[in-house]
Design a binder for this molecule. Structure first.
Ligand SMILES: Cc1cc2nc3c(=O)[nH]c(=O)nc-3n(C[C@H](O)[C@H](O)[C@H](O)COP(=O)(O)OP(=O)(O)OC[C@H]3O[C@@H](n4cnc5c(N)ncnc54)[C@H](O)[C@@H]3O)c2cc1C
Length: 512
């Protein structure tokens, strides 16, 4: 116990050395909405080798029809300046030339739009918070953009059974704030919470930082209502946890990235808000130690473990240099962020301190700090959650989001470093180690075809060899879909194509 106290004092000592900075998740909203950031992005149709489908082009008559059914003038946007943001993705990699942005308010309006577009053979792209990272939420050519931003009503919070029913355009952060007073949380969370929508989260089957505890959305989503490509409303809404009446059709829409229809309503099982939360940031000498930290965390923190993230030194230096955030632990080769949360404040902190003490004594780690108040916790999390933003400051980012078995997990980063040498400005690895999910960010001054060819398909072949996944949580969008065969068998992919043919036979939504 004395050692624990000594460690606790030491933790506090480190905490005192820090200049905690107050960070805000609204940064994301500003970044994704400023048109100034978007105007020099190359058109996707120029950069990528893709063919436009044989669709109609929107006419003034079509726009008049949309204005008729969406009663408010501000629900039909055709102003070129305003459209730039909606046509450009968060990473500023993809830009389309969608001529009109529609903002319906309810399922009926979505259904009418989809029915009309079906009759007119107009292609449509659903758009949520536009934080997707694979080019899915913006037009590739001149698709009609259907934004869910005005479909943002909470329909019901059942405090007894712990369920939420809402429209798809609710922003994750706003849902989190609303549920807080009832002591509920959503069973997932991600750094893009200030902008992303719950509909977008379902459509991408977003993983995020709590998957290690609550599992994937396939387990917690209870009901989905979706409008199909021809305007049919498919009602799979339920707030029951159990339903074994035939095929579970709602699952098709979780992770289908707007290729099968538009999610217009969601029911989800909530988790109880933990009373206590502590976060540790740990420095490790090598990746073997990172794995040991994770496996000890599972064993020693048990049900209190709620997140386990890692980043390498390259990534940490980008965060420190570009965002001027303070790294509170000694410079190390790797950093692990462990979050413990649960019902007992005392147990939570003691368990985390005991855990760290054991790791230090057994020389698995050099040192760590513990943050146990909300400001400090937020600041430690910012080091991890603002990685993508830091990489954006470094130049053009080739971004990969892969699943790999932990035994070979980080080898791919070392391998890419020796393969690419000085062609890349920086190559860093980070991600959700608790889920076996690695993000690899490769930066260079500006988009470089030569470098891209040196990375792809090499990286996907590497992942295929170890039976990993070429997309762990971001989805395929149109950028990654050509690499589907590295993670899906021919029979599985053909079955997917059959489902696509059934629900969107004219392929007016993004193809697979
Ligand atoms: C800083 C940052 C951190 C991130 N962290 C994570 C993370 O930890 N885990 C993770 O999984 N992802 C993460 N992402 C990626 C992204 O936030 C998620 O993919 C998110 O779920 C996208 O939601 P969105 O509302 O922004 O969707 P959008 O980007 O608008 O759309 C994404 C896809 O879903 C489709 N879509 C959107 N709404 C609907 C709808 N109602 N019906 C049908 N299709 C729809 C779009 O057509 C598109 O294909 C991160 C992104 C950023 C920028």
């Amino acid at each position: 116990m004395a050692n624990v106290q000594a460690f606790a004092k030491r933790s506090l000592y480190y905490l005192k050395q820090l200049q905690w900075r107050c960070l805000s998740s609204t940064v994301l909203s500003h970044m994704s909405k400023s048109p100034l950031l978007f105007d020099n992005v190359e058109l996707a149709s120029n950069r990528y080798d893709i063919q436009r489908g044989n669709f109609a082009k929107a006419t003034q008559q079509d726009i008049n029809y949309f204005k008729d059914i969406l009663s408010s003038q501000s629900a039909v946007i055709t102003d070129a300046e305003e459209l730039i943001g909606s046509n450009t993705d968060w990473l500023r990699v993809v830009r389309g030339s969608g001529p009109v942005l529609l903002k319906p308010e309810n399922t009926e309006q979505v259904s009418k739009i989809m029915q009309y577009c079906n009759n007119r053979n107009l292609a449509v792209v659903p758009q949520g918070g536009k934080t997707g990272l694979v080019g899915g939420g913006v037009p590739v050519f001149d698709e009609i953009i259907l934004s869910t931003s005005r479909m943002n009503n909470v329909i019901d919070v059942d405090k007894i059974s712990g369920t939420l029913v809402c429209q798809p355009g609710c922003i994750l952060q706003e849902l989190e704030d609303r549920l807080d007073s009832d002591n509920f949380i959503l069973p997932y969370d991600l750094g893009a919470r200030g902008s992303c929508h719950i509909g977008g989260n379902l459509s991408t089957n977003a993983g995020g930082i709590r998957l290690v505890r609550y599992g994937s959305l396939h387990g917690s989503v209870l009901g989905v209502e979706a409008v199909l490509a021809d305007g049919t409303v498919l009602d799979c809404m339920s707030t029951c946890r159990k339903d074994n009446t035939g095929y579970d059709l709602k699952q098709l829409f979780i992770g289908s990235e707007g290729t099968l229809g538009i999610i217009t309503k969601v029911a989800i099982a909530l988790a109880q808000k933990p009373r206590a939360q502590c976060v540790a940031l740990i420095g490790c000498n090598n990746f073997e130690n990172v794995k040991q930290v994770f496996s000890s965390a599972r064993k020693d923190l048990c049900e209190y473990l709620s997140a386990c993230e890692f980043m390498d030194s390259k990534i940490m230096s980008l965060v420190e240099n570009h965002l001027k955030l303070t790294n509170p632990v000694q410079t190390s080769s790797f950093y692990v962020l462990i979050e413990a949360s649960g019902s007992s404040e005392q147990y939570c902190k003691t368990a985390l301190l005991d855990f760290l003490e054991t790791l230090i004594e057994s020389k698995v780690i050099k040192e760590g700090i513990v943050a146990d108040n909300s400001v400090q916790i937020k600041d430690v999390w910012a080091l991890r959650e603002r990685v993508l933003e830091a990489c954006q400051h470094d130049g053009y980012v080739f971004k990969y989001d892969v699943s790999l078995p932990l035994r070979v997990f980080y080898n791919i980063v070392d391998d890419l470093r020796s393969r690419l040498g000085s062609q890349a400005k920086s190559i860093g690895g980070y991600g959700h180690i608790g889920d076996g999910n690695l993000h690899i960010n490769i930066t260079c001054e500006e988009y470089n075809k030569q470098l891209e060819k040196a990375i792809e398909p090499y990286i996907f072949e590497w992942i295929g060899k170890y039976k990993g996944s070429v997309s762990a949580e971001h989805g395929m969008g149109f950028i990654k879909r050509k690499y589907m065969n590295y993670s899906k068998s021919e029979a599985a992919y053909n079955t997917m194509k059959g489902i696509k043919q059934l629900l969107d036979p004219k392929r007016r939504m993004m193809d697979i």
